[in-house]
Design a protein around this ligand. Structure first.
Ligand code: GDP
Ligand code: IMO
Ligand code: MG
Length: 429
């Protein structure tokens, strides 16, 4: 018996939320270990649709949710999300949700800096969610973050705020944006503290107890390998490590606890925000994928850029992400297409290259090499067994396995929880 870590294998929005919700029935605890409310995970259960940003997706199954130290928490957004899902009938209490005492907080000043910087970048913007994620991670590494445990110590908040504002107000003033007063931030935090502090816990200890007791832990990644701050398409990335190795650092467990790494990949590619996307389609086919796949950002509502499946990038994600098996989602979106292309290589200045380059000008000159496959006419939508799939769809899945050098262990054929085909239980290792 093993634990399972779910990570995105492309640029996010692969359907991690749906898969985590499905797997959560086999787990005892679901742990978020990085990212923040930049994530948007949509879960469809019968006639209810849940949109989660910060809360671990296992809460929908009534499983204990844990927010690890590697996450950045905006307490205001957290409470708003708790109120929103409680109104939908979910039970979120200090019995079902625990948040690491050492989690860094996102304050209004972080969102303000994020947005002011994006505006100043103009055409070179990253296309962030504007939620203060980058500035909050910068503060953590710069050792000036205010952490959840600080909310319980007014004397600590006092000096930490001086240091924080010295830095951020200088930056905001330089960007021509309004600055913040200490009194306003103190009032903000004091108003939220009584509602947030009851969720605070020593997460590393709680998870160690769970592990010793043989309880099954499911680590829920946000974003994806191509948005990883080290391994993604830098600087068009998020500010955390999204790969499975960070499940350990971001929750306070040893690397052996990470268990089976399940990478989630769409049967095609999408990306929100700016940055390189070699297999992007700017034509009618790109728009068709967007319309059929309802490709609009859960958090910002922006249309997602669409393209063919990029086996070069997913194979890289398999390697750097430590992916043991793939869950392939949204196969149904390709139903009825006469032909389907897969990016199987890259060319740079007329020569085939082994991997996507890291330098921006070279990245812009990369052209994809495609392999064309025959499509299928029968529907895969809602299929719940391998036997229900058209032969050509099976061929497509098998070709992807070959190209990315990882087995497809799960298939998803609609947004609905149970429209899922299990080939190999990741909890069995
Ligand atoms: P996440 O960020 O990785 O959790 O993914 P999102 O929830 O942001 O985006 C995935 C979208 O695709 C959601 O609207 C899901 O309901 C939907 N979805 C997930 N799996 C499937 C699938 O197999 N088929 C279709 N058609 N939609 C899916
Ligand atoms: P889930 O978990 C897709 C993208 C933003 C932007 C870049 C940096 O739903 O897959 P940030 O606000 O993090 O500094 O923005 O990362 N981004 C996502 N794209 N899905 C996400 O999360 C994302 N979270 C951040 O669009 O390009
Ligand atoms: Mg999403």
């Amino acid at each position: 018996m093993s634990n399972v870590t779910v990570i995105g294998a492309q640029w996010g929005d692969e359907g991690k939320g749906k898969i985590v919700d499905w797997l959560a029935s086999r787990a005892d605890i679901v742990v978020r270990f990085q990212g923040g409310h930049n994530a948007g995970h949509t879960l469809v259960v019968g006639d209810q649709t849940y949109k989660l940003s910060l809360l671990p997706s296992g809460l929908v199954r009534g499983k204990m949710g844990v927010i690890g130290n590697g996450v950045v928490v905006d307490p205001e957004a957290l409470l708003a999300e708790i109120d929103r899902v409680s109104a939908q009938g979910l039970k979120v209490t200090p019995e079902t949700l625990r948040i690491a005492e050492n989690v860094p907080l996102i304050l209004p000043v972080h969102g303000a800096i994020d947005r002011a910087r994006e505006e100043a970048r103009g055409a070179r913007k990253i296309g962030t969610t504007g939620r203060g994620i980058g500035p909050a991670y910068e503060d953590k590494v710069a050792r000036r973050a205010i952490r959840l445990c600080d909310l319980a110590e007014p004397e600590t908040l006092d000096w930490k705020l001086d240091e924080l504002l010295l830095h951020h107000n200088t930056l905001l003033a330089g960007l021509g944006a309004p600055t913040f007063t200490k009194a306003a931030l103190l009032e903000h935090m004091n108003a939220l503290a009584p509602r947030v502090l009851p969720y605070m816990d020593t997460v590393w200890d709680l998870l160690d107890d769970a592990r010793r007791a043989g309880r099954r832990i499911l680590f829920e990644g946000a974003q994806a390998v191509m948005l990883d701050v080290d391994h993604g398409t830098y600087p068009f990335v998020t500010s955390s490590n999204t790969i499975a190795a960070n499940a350990a650092t971001g929750s306070g467990v040893g690397p052996g606890t990470v268990g089976f790494v399940l990478g989630i990949a769409k049967a095609y590619s999408t990306r929100v925000g700016e940055g390189p996307f070699p297999s992007e389609l700017h034509d009618e086919m790109g728009r068709t994928l967007g319309t059929r796949g309802h490709e609009f950002g859960t958090v910002t509502g922006r249309p997602r850029r669409c393209g063919w499946f990029d086996a070069m990038l997913v194979r890289r994600a398999v390697r750097v992400g430590g992916i043991n098996g793939l869950a392939l989602t949204k196969l149904d979106v390709l139903d009825g297409l006469p032909e389907i292309k897969v990016c199987v290589g890259y060319e740079l200045d007329g020569k085939e290259i082994r991997s996507f380059p890291s330098a921006p000008a070279a990245q812009a000159r990369v052209t994809p090499i495609y392999e064309t496959m025959e499509g299928w006419t029968d529907s895969t939508r809602g299929a719940r067994s391998w036997a229900d799939l058209p032969a050509q769809a099976i061929k497509y899945v098998r070709r992807i396995e070959e190209l990315v050098e990882a087995p497809v262990t799960l298939l998803s054929t609609s947004p609905e929880r149970d429209d899922t085909i299990l080939m190999r239980d990741p909890f069995e290792g």
